[in-house]
Design a protein around this ligand. Structure first.
Ligand code: ADP
Ligand code: TRP
Length: 323
C-alpha cells in the first residue's frame, strides 16, 4: 500500500502533529511504501519571512528523522524540490469548482474573522490534492482537521478521471479516532497557529511552563475529578498504554488528586518519552550535510514517480500537441 502525507514547516512541531500524523507515518514505513514530505509551498500561505521558512524547513526535517523516519524505508523530501506539483495544481484547478473551495473551513474561517484571504490560501486544497495525486497516494494519514481537504482531493481526482479518462488513484483518508484531535493546553485543537501547543522538542524550562499552564477545572481536591473533556487527562493518556489509562482514570475518580502534582508528573513523563529522540535530533542539527543529502536523494526518487503521473495527465488533457 502506498501511504503518503505531508506537514507544513510553518512552526515548531507539536504533540498533536506527532500523535495525529508523524508517529503513525513512522509506524507505516515498516510494511508499506511510505512517501513523506515537508510542504513548504503550503507554508508560504502563512510564513512571510524567507529566513524563518528556510530554518523551519531544515528543523522539521531533523524532527522527522530524529523521531524515527528512516530514509532507507521511505521517500522523504521537501515539496518545492519536486516543482512538478505546481504544474499539476494548474491542471487540477480547471476541474475544481469554485463552490468546492468556497466551502473549505481554512478559507471560510479566515473570511469570517475578517482576515483577508489570499488566492494561495483559497487554492491551498488544490495544491494538496496535487501532492497526493502526483505520487499515487492510496492512504493518507492525517488528523481530523484535514478530513475536508481529503474529501476535496478525492472529488478532484474523480472529476479529473471522469473528464479525461482514468489517470489518478482515488486516495483514502486515514484518521485514527483516539488521536484525531489532540487538544491544546487551552482545550481548542492544538495548533501551531494558536499558541497552545506542547512542542515535541521544547527545552526543559518551556516544556515545564507549558504543562503547568494546561487549563484545569476548579473541582476541589477532596472531590473526584471529571474525566470527560478533561484536557490534562486527555493529554496524559496519549503517553499511556491501556493499563496506564485505566490506572489514571481510577486516580482521577478517587478524591484527593491534585492537578498540580499530576502536571509535574506529566512533565517528567513527556520529557522522558522524547529523551532518546532529543539526543538524535541534536546530532542531526549538527550534521547538516547528511540531512540535506537525505532530502536531495528523497526528491530524486519522488521526481521519478511524479514524472509518470504528470506525463499521463499532460497527455490526457492534450498538452502534447506534437502527438
Ligand atoms: P498545525 O495545525 O499545527 O499547523 P498542520 O496543519 O501542519 O498543523 O498539521 C500537520 C498534520 O498534523 C496534519 O495531518 C494534521 O491533521 C495533524 N494535526 C495537527 N494538529 C493536530 C491535532 N491537534 N490533533 C491531531 N492531529 C493534528
Ligand atoms: N494541508 C496539510 C496540513 O495543513 C498538509 C498537507 C499538504 C498534506 N499536502 C498534503 C497532508 C498531502 C496530506 C497529504 O496539515
Amino acid at each position: 500500500m502506498r501511504v503518503l502525507s505531508g506537514i507544513q514547516p510553518s512552526g515548531n512541531l507539536h504533540i498533536g502533529n506527532y500523535f495525529g500524523m508523524m508517529k503513525r507515518m513512522i509506524e507505516y514505513q515498516e510494511n508499506n511504501e511510505l512517501f513523506c514530505f515537508l510542504v513548504n509551498y503550503h507554508a508560504l500561505t502563512s510564513v512571510f519571512d524567507g529566513d524563518a521558512l528556510r530554518q523551519r524547513t531544515f528543523e522539521a526535517a531533523c524532527d522527522f528523522l530524529a523521531l524515527g523516519l528512516d530514509p532507507n524505508k521511505s521517500v522523504f523530501w521537501v515539496q518545492s524540490d519536486v516543482p512538478e506539483v505546481t504544474e499539476l495544481t494548474w491542471l487540477l484547478s480547471n476541474v475544481t469548482g469554485m463552490g468546492l473551495l468556497e466551502r473549505c473551513h481554512s478559507y471560510k474561517d479566515k473570511m469570517a474573522k475578517g482576515i483577508p484571504a489570499s488566492h494561495g490560501l483559497f487554492s491551498y486544497p488544490v495544491l494538496m490534492a496535487a501532492d497526493i495525486l502526483l505520487f499515487g497516494g492510496e492512504k493518507v494519514p492525517v488528523g481530523k482537521d484535514q478530513k475536508q481537504h481529503l474529501e476535496v482531493a478525492r472529488d478532484i481526482a474523480l472529476r479529473f478521471n471522469h473528464t479525461y479518462g482514468e489517470t489518478f488513484v482515488i486516495p483514502e483518508p486515514d484518521i485514527a479516532e483516539d488521536v484525531a484531535m489532540v487538544p491544546g493546553i487551552d482545550g481548542q485543537k492544538m495548533s501551531k497557529s494558536y499558541d497552545n501547543t506542547i512542542e515535541i522538542f521544547a527545552d526543559e524550562k518551556s516544556l515545564r511552563e507549558k504543562i503547568m499552564r494546561i487549563k484545569t477545572d476548579s473541582t476541589p481536591v477532596d472531590q473526584p475529578k471529571p474525566i470527560e473533556d478533561n484536557i490534562l487527562f486527555d493529554i496524559y493518556c496519549l503517553f499511556l498504554d491501556q493499563k496506564g489509562r485505566e490506572d489514571l482514570k481510577d486516580r482521577f475518580l478517587t478524591p484527593g488528586l491534585k492537578y498540580g502534582e499530576v502536571k509535574k508528573e506529566l512533565f517528567a513523563v513527556i520529557w522522558e518519552y522524547f529523551a532518546p529522540y532529543r539526543q538524535k535530533r541534536e546530532q542531526l542539527v549538527k550534521d547538516r550535510a547528511t540531512v540535506l543529502e537525505v532530502l536531495r536523494q528523497g526528491a530524486q526518487k519522488a521526481r521519478q514517480v511524479a514524472a509518470v503521473y504528470l506525463e499521463k495527465a499532460r497527455h490526457n488533457v492534450g498538452l502534447d500537441y506534437w502527438n
